[in-house]
Design a protein around this ligand. Structure first.
Ligand code: 13P
Length: 231
């Protein structure tokens, strides 16, 4: 089986550096992880965590330097050995991030030799028609991937209703969406994210067209995340 990619999105957690260090310390003890593992902590912890796994970030800015208060650039992140950047997460889209800004960030990440993980997702309820979902995903994908070599990026499908709800999407539905993204946009890696945990991760990872997981809450639980990366 192809090696899966498991990305932990810590979001605005944990509250202290001591907790962050403690999670990493426990994860470092995992022997023989079967997947490629990426941890995406808040920026401020980046240089302070000694992780044996790759580091990622949850966002970045498209300019390299200048008068852009509060922003962080790809070249800055590269100095902290950042290899991946989550771009266009629905929680940032909700705060007003546009498809155009997302595309600029994708270009900036690639320019800085950081692999972007483009998040796409739609639907406030689980019973939404699959055709409608695909229709909305197309807009996000076309705009997000504009001018970009799709082979160099990862796409994460995260249905909005599944994020943090305790109700993951159906793995069969997810695999069909992953196939659609791969065939139509020539993206080589598609992840799933939304309420994944140590119990349900396997049902997604056993699908050959799902290349891995973008894990939120469970990535902060060292025991659960250790199980997921060892599947
Ligand atoms: P949960 O795994 O907490 O549902 O979060 C998913 C997510 O948003 C990862 O980016």
């Amino acid at each position: 089986m192809k090696k899966k990619l498991i990305v932990g999105n810590w979001k605005l957690n944990p509250a202290t550096l001591a907790e962050a260090k403690s999670i990493v310390l426990k994860l470092n003890k995992v022997r023989g992880a079967t997947s490629t593992v990426v941890i995406c902590p808040p920026y401020v912890y980046l240089g302070l965590l000694k992780s044996k796994f790759a580091l990622g970030v949850q966002d970045l800015f498209w300019e390299e330097k200048g008068a852009f208060t509060g922003q962080i650039s790809a070249p800055m992140l590269k100095q902290f050995k950042v290899k991946y950047a989550i771009i266009g997460h629905s929680e940032l889209r909700e705060l007003g991030e546009s498809d155009h800004e997302i595309n600029l960030k994708m270009v900036a990440a690639l320019g800085g030799k950081i692999t972007p993980i483009l998040c796409v997702g739609f639907g406030l309820t689980a019973d939404m028609n699959e055709e409608d979902i695909l229709f909305h995903l197309q807009t996000q994908l076309e705009n997000g991937l504009r001018g970009i070599d799709p082979d160099k990026v990862v796409v994460a499908y995260e249905p909005l209703w599944a994020i943090g709800s305790g109700h993951p999407a159906d793995p069969e539905h997810t695999e069909r969406v992953a196939m659609f993204i791969k065939i139509k946009y020539k993206v080589s890696k598609v992840l799933y994210g939304g309420s994944t945990n140590a119990e349900n991760a396997q049902s997604f990872l056993k699908k050959t067209r799902i290349d891995g997981l973008l894990v939120g809450g469970a990535s902060l639980d060292a025991e659960a995340f250790s199980k997921i990366i060892s599947i």
